[in-house]
Design a protein around this ligand. Sequence first.
Ligand SMILES: Cc1ncc(COP(=O)(O)O)c(C=O)c1O
Length: 358
Amino acid sequence: MNFASDNVVGASAPVMQALMQANAGAMAAYGADEITRRVKARFSEIFERDVAVFLVTTGTAANALALSSAVPPWGLCVCHREAHVIDDECGAPEFFMHGAKLIGLPGIAAKLDVPTVKSYLQGLPKSVKQMPPKALSISQATECGTVYARDEIAALAAVCREHGMALHMDGARFVNALVSLGCTPAEMTWKQGVDILSFGATKNGCLMAEAIVVFRPELAEALDYRSKRAGQIISKGRLIAAQLEGYFADDHWLANARHANRMAGLLAEGLKQLPGVRLAWPVEANEVFPIIPKAMSEALRTAGVLFMGWTEASLPEGEAIAPDEALVRLVTSFMTPEEDVGRLIEIARGAVARQAAE
Ligand SMILES: Cc1ncc(COP(=O)(O)O)c(C=O)c1O
């Protein structure tokens, strides 16, 4: 049973079928093909307005390129201190921003709030010696599996406007957040003031397909050149586009995310009934962060369940992990079988029973 990440599963059947179909015959290379044209038009339909779209193969590439178009080399990009862009991309955003810096701020459950961002920005000296803030990057869903509500995004966007900053959304788990909020893609992005989005699809069913979606046209001006310099203008680009075509067809992407989120919900419900288990923060997408007895964590590992331990950095005030406890991360995906969720809960229940009998 693998709850280590939503990257551990392969691609979904409709995505693979679309890929096989697109594989036949010859087509124009480097994104000049008909499938890429159709998929880009589909993004405009999905977002209910004209958007510029750049297809890439990894979330790191999407984030680094998106931020490089929003932040000049002398600028600052503010993000949460646990954000993937600052913590898990080996400096790629700074590399592509050519000298600009990422600044990580604290926030419960990996979410930034307006007072924290405002007080940081207000404290910045304004002189030619200091790098000016040029962008704010938020993850939706966050690295703690929480989701920004629409008004929270709008409030952060207002701060960005006040300070002349662009708002970037890292949507590696975009659709998990979307189905959790039950709103439209437009309502979760540009209608609240998001300027540029890293649209993730790999975690939720694609083989390797992500997109940079640009809502402010000037941010798209040089993105094709930036993409080429990053090796992200794919020669057989139709095979990236085809994955997204299969992903969007018949609302497959929404169904996949609903399944993943439902599995996370069941897991959370089952675990939190057990004595000694509590959730570090609410489960709002496809990740569960329970604080469990160490004995339970060991029992799960012994039974072959794969999962990760997690950092305490974003715990709510007053919450602490005792020496005999562990904070762990369990991630569900579009492929997680409901039986695996049930089995994991049973193993955890067994660990509780054993501990009580000792
Ligand atoms: C929040 C977040 N952003 C971006 C990414 C994309 O990373 P990758 O470059 O591995 O596709 C991930 C993947 O784990 C992620 O969790």
